[in-house]
Design a protein around this ligand. Structure first.
Ligand code: FES
Length: 122
């Protein structure tokens, strides 16, 4: 069974921004382009580096530590040293609100809100 968890209002995000939901430790939300949002796992698959400050460019998220690139739509790893893909999650938009679709087995617990802004390269 799936559940929807509110993650952000789309008006609050601009291209290149990355948001970590306060109660979802397994997901970060990425604004890839105007009106295009992706949800992926929050850590690089190489050495588990947090992707909160990753670069967003041309449909890819780039790990700031060693530069591995991942396709934001599929999670596929596009360049070493990472090999494994990121997890990806579906996003549902209701009015201007964005919800991430999760499997029931992902835990959602409380915590302080953390918002960060990814750097954008052209
Ligand atoms: S930790 Fe991301 S590429 Fe090494």
């Amino acid at each position: 069974m799936k559940k929807l968890v509110y993650i952000a209002n789309k008006k609050d995000l601009t291209p290149g921004q990355i948001r970590r939901h306060p109660e979802l430790h397994d997901v970060i939300l990425v604004c890839q382009a105007p009106g295009v949002f992706r949800a992926v796992s929050p850590s690089c698959t190489h050495q588990n580096w947090p992707l909160d400050d990753a670069y967003i460019m041309e449909g890819r998220i780039v790990c700031p530590l060693h530069g591995s690139e991942f396709d934001l739509e599929t999670g596929e790893c596009l360049s070493p040293p990472a090999i494994d893909a990121l997890e990806t999650y579906s996003i549902v938009e209701l009015n201007d609100e964005l919800y991430v679709e999760l499997n029931q087995d992902i835990t959602v617990d409380s915590g302080a809100e953390t918002v960060s802004f990814g750097r954008r390269r052209r």
